[in-house]
Design a protein around this ligand. Structure first.
Ligand code: SAH
Ligand code: SF4
Ligand code: F3S
Length: 490
């Protein structure tokens, strides 16, 4: 799953890793906007901040919906808030350090406003549990990803002067029937969570511990959500799961037969409307089937873009990572994508300096990148996480500076490949879904082509976000296409 970091304290990213994250998803800030005003409010104000992956951002929309039902309205200003909730990430140590920094800042506000309630939600809450209350004295509330329905009750407990914790993980919870309150929305693109948890045990990864067992959401509720979004003017949905290829609906009976698999779900969502674009994340190389690829090829509105994290280009490292595939298997999956959808864009995640990674093994990652020519990549230094298989079995023995140097080489390889890939689109017409005004110029719109490349072009009378247009591209930066409007696509 692509990793978002929408909150940063300094304008300049501190590490190369952060820079890559920031550049790949602009937008630094995420806070809940004021709701429409139709709901009764109690005058209490909520500030909700999200960190980490798209799943967390999607969960925040569930949390906002639950608390709107309790009469909370939202604010962007911590000084004005009665309740601050941080929806946190635990994937790497630096993700947690960032939250600690934010808690330090909130401490200074709480000194002046003793009645401010501070809660930690999400993966760091699940990982640290009660320990978080001991370590961070200002935190009143600790709530894991499967316990959000309990929030009103837990908040009441805090108001009665107690600290409140619920970190129970569930084997069933999918929040299927809670209508998310869309936050920070452009009104065009939205996330739909299709499953929760993860049953893979990649040895470096904390997610199975923080998100619990994998479970799939009822396909009817997914299709209904997509229909409602389309009716509300949205034109693109991204189906979210840690491993979408293992989506399986068994009619609510965990032991039953698979009634709907991911390819079939994709087809159902694609049929909602030909003008509703469908994206998804994340695909897993060990589970991605040709059936999914053929379904994508059959439907123009399923975007030709696959995020297929490789992590490493060396089979021995992949084995230590417990990823369940080899280099050869991964390259076969890439070949299948290129065969079935020659124009499909491919992105990935890479970890450098995993336990025992030798120079030769690292070179295999560079050679794989060279072979695949990724359109985009999220790249990280290995960060050891407590309780994971790798922490228990292997030594985190690659020195920090070697991890850093390897990361730098991986980033350089990726920058070259991305620039090459972007150039491929120059000189052609692209179908673009307009998402809004360009971040850099009020006079330009920005949108994406099916391959997820950002396209910027001058605004035209009568065009608005949510419209599909044909744009002729005449140039590019390393990751953005520049073009001219040609026609509106009805
Ligand atoms: N479910 C997704 C990944 C979710 S985590 C998948 O299987 O691909 C997003 C990315 O964070 C991972 O793909 C991996 O590249 C990175 N990551 C996870 N744990 C990490 C760790 N301990 N250190 C560094 N990077 C890590
Ligand atoms: Fe983590 Fe692996 Fe699950 Fe992805 S598939 S969330 S990397 S355990
Ligand atoms: Fe996502 Fe971070 Fe949790 S990547 S699943 S928010 S550990």
């Amino acid at each position: 799953m692509a990793y978002l970091c929408r909150y940063s304290f300094s304008k300049q990213p501190n590490t190369v890793e952060e820079k890559i994250i920031d550049e790949s998803r602009q937008g630094e800030y995420f806070m809940a906007p004021d709701p429409s005003g139709v709901r009764p409010t109690t005058g209490r104000k909520l500030l909700l901040e999200s960190y980490g992956c798209q799943m967390n951002f999607s969960d925040s929309e569930i949390v906002a919906s639950i608390l709107a039902g309790e009469g909370y309205s939202t604010t962007r200003d911590p000084e004005e808030a009665d309740l601050v909730l941080l929806n946190t990430c635990a994937i790497r140590d630096n993700a947690e350090q960032r939250i600690r920094g934010r808690l330090d800042y909130l401490r200074s506000i709480k000194r002046r406003k003793p009645h401010l309630t501070v809660g930690v939600l999400g993966c760091m809450a699940e990982r640290l549990r009660e320990k978080l209350l001991e370590e961070e004295k200002l935190v009143d509330l600790v709530v894991g990803p499967d316990a959000y329905r309990d929030l009103p009750n837990l908040i009441n407990r805090v108001e009665d002067g107690q600290k409140a914790v619920n970190v129970l993980l569930s084997r069933e919870e999918t929040y299927a029937e809670i209508a998310p309150l869309r936050l920070d929305t452009n009104g065009v693109t939205a996330f739909i969570s299709i499953m929760r948890g993860c049953d893979n045990m990649c040895s470096f990864c904390v997610v199975p511990f923080t998100r619990g067992r994998e479970r799939s959401r009822d396909p009817e509720s997914i299709v209904r959500e997509a229909q409602q979004l389309f009716e509300a003017g949205y034109r693109e949905v991204t189906l979210l799961g840690q491993n979408v290829d293992s989506y399986k609906w068994k009619g609510g009976n965990q032991d039953g037969d698979i009634l709907v698999n991911f390819a079939q779900l994709l087809e159902k969502v694609a049929r909602v409307h030909p003008r509703l674009r469908v994206r998804f994340s994340t695909s897993h190389p060990k589970d991605m089937t040709d059936e999914v690829l053929h379904t994508m090829a059959r439907h123009d509105n399923i975007c030709k873009y696959i995020h297929l994290p490789v992590q490493s280009g060396n089979s021995d490292v992949l084995k230590r990572m417990n990823r369940g595939y080899s280099r050869g298997w991964y390259l076969d999956r890439i070949a299948a994508i290129r065969r079935i959808m020659p124009t499909c864009a491919i992105s990935t995640d890479i970890i450098t300096g995993f336990c025992g990674e030798t120079e030769e093994e690292h070179q295999d990652t560079l050679s794989l990148m060279n072979e695949v020519q990724y359109d985009m990549a999220f790249m990280f230094k290995y960060s050891e996480r407590p309780k994971t298989l790798a922490e228990r079995k292997f030594e985190d023995d690659v020195p920090e500076e070697v991890k850093g140097r390897r990361l730098q080489q991986v980033i350089e390889a990726q920058m070259k490949s991305a620039a090459q890939r972007t150039k491929l689109y120059v000189g052609y017409d692209q179908e673009v879904l307009i998402e809004g005004t360009s971040k850099k110029s009020q006079e330009h719109f920005q949108g994406r082509n099916t391959q997820n490349v950002v396209v910027v072009f001058p605004k035209q009378e009568g065009l608005k976000p949510g419209d599909y247009v044909r744009v002729h591209t005449y140039g590019c930066t390393s990751v953005t296409l520049l073009g001219e409007y040609v026609a509106t696509v009805s």
